[in-house]
Write a protein that binds this ligand. Structure first.
Ligand code: TXA
Ligand code: MG
Length: 353
């Protein structure tokens, strides 16, 4: 199959791309679409055959449920049944953060195929803020199921060329909406009613992302997350089933080191550094004659910039064919929590084939 990339740089081109994407989605095909977080591999969420194609294309295990993208918050009831006890909180959250990078876990409506939710009674829902995605989901008039447009367990794509690298020949169409403005996948949140109906609802952040714990805490009480599961252990039913410890891995082994002194190069091996701000004062840059140094946010170190560049730079380092990528930690506050989550998962990858 030939993979076509359609640009959206002018209003005519955008219109053509949007129309072609809608036509293919109606036809039960899968297409890659831009969102503000990462590119998604989209299909009609209410068509089980189309959804099955997402799993096949990504080689994704069927136990890992998909996110359903709706056009606006007022369409939420079509796919999810919001429990009365948390209705007020859900409304506040959707008003504040939708459209945007927040995914909510809610009881599902029967119309959502079990394949989408991997048999769970809940569904993950979000509204993308990307203008092109938004036009497509509105034009289709159906919800869109879309995981990140990478092969399973690999680096999420934040540009059309990254999608091509992942899925060339496997999908008919990539809509090129430019580089993703967040660069990290949405925050996934499950809201639990306040214990005995008193006080704030409990917020379980199943995946840290662009909407930070700091932003969420005024709406609910953040419950401390469980530590990620080790890559080796089976995943019978973790709370977010796709959140295996070994996610987001480059093909090249990656090691997150907290202290530069912990880096002891093996003779003859080639290493690259993924640095937060490229500052020698942090101790990593001059530690070794690195094959390459990729800097997430040169200068003062800005977390939003680091987030936008994260998957892009990781992908670039992965192409070098070196022995190992060494990653410096970033400041673990705000967006830094989402970046550190991805670094830990990439670092947990099993090193043998
Ligand atoms: O930003 C994003 O969320 C992107 C864009 C394309 O929207 N999508 C994305 O999808 O990151 P994906 O499939 O790569 O990650 C979705 C995560 C998985 O880890 C999955 O386990 C979790 O959402 N998930 C989906 N449905 C769930 C449910 N009912 N309960 C708990 N977790 C769920
Ligand atoms: Mg993914």
């Amino acid at each position: 199959m030939e993979t076509l990339i359609l640009p959206t740089d002018s209003s005519e081109l955008a219109k053509e791309a949007v129309n072609q994407a809608i036509a293919r989605l109606r036809n039960g095909e899968v297409v890659a679409l831009p969102t503000e977080t990462v590119y998604g591999l989209a299909a009609d969420a209410l068509n089980p055959e189309a959804v099955a194609r997402i799993f096949a294309t990504k080689e994704r295990p069927l136990f890992d449920p998909l996110i359903v993208h709706i056009r606006r918050a007022d369409a939420l009831a079509t796919v999810a049944a919001v429990p009365g006890e948390i209705e007020k909180e859900i409304n506040r959250l959707t008003q504040e953060f939708w459209p945007g990078p927040l995914t909510l876990i809610l009881p599902k409506q029967p119309v959502v195929p079990d394949l989408v939710t991997a048999g769970l009674p809940t569904v993950a829902v979000r509204v993308s803020a990307h203008p092109i995605f938004s036009r497509i989901v509105r034009g289709l008039e159906r919800p869109i199921a879309a995981p990140s447009a990478n092969r399973f367990g690999r680096i999420s794509p934040t540009s059309a060329s990254a999608v091509l690298e992942e899925l060339n020949g496997r999908i008919p169409l990539i809509v090129d909406g430019g580089a993703c403005s967040c660069g990290l996948e949405s925050t996934i949140l499950r809201v639990e009613p306040a214990p005995e109906g008193k006080g704030k609802p409990l917020f379980h952040i199943l995946r840290p992302g662009p909407v930070t714990a700091d932003q969420l805490k005024e709406f609910g009480k953040i419950v401390k997350p469980r530590p990620p599961r080790p890559a080796e252990s089976p995943a019978p039913n973790p709370e977010a089933p796709g959140m295996l410890a070994s996610h987001y891995a480059p093909a090249t082994p990656l090691r997150l080191l907290h202290r530069p002194e912990d880096f002891l190069p093996a003779p003859g091996k080639r290493y690259a550094l993924l640095s937060y701000r490229g500052d020698p004062k942090d101790g990593f840059v001059d530690r070794h004659d690195w094959e390459e140094i990729a800097i997430l946010s040169p200068g003062a170190g800005k977390l939003p910039e680091a987030a936008v560049r994260f998957f892009f730079l990781l992908r670039q380092l992965d192409r070098l064919g070196i022995d190992e990528i060494i990653a410096e930690p970033v400041t673990e506050v705000g967006l830094g929590q989402a970046i550190m989550d991805r670094l830990r998962r990439a670092s947990a990858r099993k090193l043998d084939p």
